[in-house]
Ligand binder design. Sequence first.
Ligand code: CDP
Length: 211
Amino acid sequence: MIVAIDGPAASGKGTLAKRVAQHYGLPHLDTGLLYRAVGAARLGAGGDLDDVAAAVAVARTLDLAAFDEEALKAGPVGEGASRVAAIPEVRSALLKLQQDFARQPGGAVLDGRDIGTVIAPDAEVKIFVTATPEARAERRLRELLERGESVTLIEVLADIRRRDERDAGRGAAPLKRAPDAALLDNTHLDKEMSWLEALAIVERRRAEIGL
Ligand code: CDP
């Protein structure tokens, strides 16, 4: 079973994807980390985020096993990730890795922006997770403060709005709900309620297709 979970920044898709993967014993790939790794490498090299050749070179040689997830989750890396993620050649360079992960025997859970639309349009289960920008900003603020970053709600909300706009407005694999994706708006749901809703969606779909 392939489970595709997409949604905008800080919608909680990563937490849900992890839990779905754990529940069904499936491997999980947070595809945002791939774009974050490319963005971080370019930022670290003091490089120009719009340098296509340099970003593609990084994307082609990513080593998933060497990812420092903690460092990649830092606030400023999200903006860099969204910049390099708008480059079609970077997306192409990361396509095979993601498709191979999705198509491994037994299936997998992937979360991102274009899993249900581009990476695994044939996924058995698709969920589009969303919440208002304000609700998402509050959650992301809590996460960043817990990490010891010093940011304000206004800054986090501005970052989320800017990334939403860039992710949804780009030509290459824009953030959008696949027509056959179930919508999970968790603006008014806590983590547990959101998980129960996601589980119900997966179970409904499994029953529908006889899995
Ligand atoms: O957790 P958050 O939503 O803030 O970020 P993320 O999922 O780690 O993704 C970081 C950035 O990578 C996003 O703003 C997107 O621009 C990009 N991304 C993408 O374009 N396609 C994906 N499948 C995953 C992430």
